[in-house]
Design a protein around this ligand. Sequence first.
Ligand SMILES: Cc1cc2c(cc1C)[n+](S(=O)(=O)[O-])c1c(=O)[nH]c(=O)nc-1n2C[C@H](O)[C@H](O)[C@H](O)COP(=O)(O)O
Length: 495
Amino acid sequence: MAQENPALTGVEVAKHNSQKDCWVIVHGRAYDVTGFLPEHPGGMTIILKYAGKDATEEFDPIHPPDTLEKYLDKSKHLGLVDMTTVVKEKELESPEERERQKRILEMPLLEQCYNLMDFEAVARRVMKKGAWGYYSSAADDEITMRENHGAFHRIWFRPKILVDVEKVDFSTAMLGAKVDIPFYVTATALGKLGHVEGEVVLTRAAHKHNVIQMIPTLASCSFDEIVDAAGPGQVQWLQLYVNKDRAITQRIVEHAEKRGCKGLFITVDAPQLGRREKDMRSKFTDPGSNVQSGQTTDNSQGAARAISSFIDPALSWADIPWFQSITKMPIVLKGVQRVEDVLKAVELGVQGVVLSNHGGRQLDFARSGVEILAETMPVLRELGLQDKIEVYIDGGARRATDIIKALCLGAKGVGIGRPFLYAMSAYGLDGVNRAMQLLKDEMEMNMRLIGATRIDELSPSLLDVRSLFNHGTTPANSLAYSVYDPLVTPGQRTG
Ligand SMILES: Cc1cc2c(cc1C)[n+](S(=O)(=O)[O-])c1c(=O)[nH]c(=O)nc-1n2C[C@H](O)[C@H](O)[C@H](O)COP(=O)(O)O
């Protein structure tokens, strides 16, 4: 193909920098987005911040690569820009960004991360505010997010002794697929907020450790990029937000099945995305730029709200037979939060459920996945239904002991979200690989210490769950309530 010469310079593009005349550069090409501004789900402010400039770095994590091709009229595609003439945003970087770059230079070596929480501590210090805000945020007072982790601490072990535990095998199967260890990488949106390559980094690590990756509907990478990045025989599932336009949903599901996905995880706890205030705050643009220009600062659109307007709040049990008619993939409901709904899922012939509250990002004061599991499994056993449906949990799992507790209670596997995002954001693929290896090492040690050599030996008799159902919440004035402090930014620990 003939070499295309840049038609435009950075100086030319920079002249079109207002609400009435707005050009942006994405991947070296200029686009006239003036007419699109009022329709942008994320509001106008975030685009106007890059009017006349290179918006690639802000654009990439939030939008699949083919977004402009698909949704911006060709007449608005203005052609190549000579990028040597574009003033790099970097050169104008803020004192906050310079401070962050300094913290990156001081961060610990990867080998100094000994558990999954270490990755969170590093990510908090080195991630950009918006990215940290999106990944770390949860709904309202973030009580449920803390409860997810805290609930595991109300479960104690009753280990066996004098068991020959020389050989330990913690491999298992999920929806019929063999995996090396009973956790999977759960769906978490916008992978490129944390790493320039996005979700494909998680794909590579999942392949190396033979664990399953759940591909998010709201991934930064396109679905095909993530599937193409999979290794031979690698098992992937699709997480689905159901679109108001069912024809779009059907196309997505059929394409996923054609590309070899081995499970359809329908997210059922998000008829509307939760109100995540850290995410909203981090979208707060510099008050001067908006207030002076007379615009009201639009921080109502955290990233979550901005990207989820297509989700159908009318999704109901009546839709399940339709899903069963359009795909042969096993169907799993992700975000089930009470045993009555598990029984309904069994009745409808659904293959699995994930007992989950979306990492605390939806309904605050929802119970933890592990507590719902402890409510559910005895009822399924009593009714002889425990083999009729695969039960997974996610939320707050940070140690192999959390995974073992869930399996003792009857879970098939545990989804893990934020830890792998933090490991990726701080250390890239090496970080995710180390996080997964740490879990494997912990798993081997803890299986030995509780006197179990295989997954099928994990049973409720190894646990004491008497305090699990007694909720305590962190006192309101505790530092854990960082959600209240708008001044707490990554790296600034108050007190
Ligand atoms: C951390 C995180 C979680 C998200 C997530 C994004 C992030 C950054 N997103 S969200 O943007 O809509 O909220 C999704 C998502 O795309 N779809 C989904 O089903 N769950 C989503 N979840 C929930 C996730 O699948 C797990 O339920 C949750 O992360 C498990 O808790 P931990 O993070 O504590 O492991």
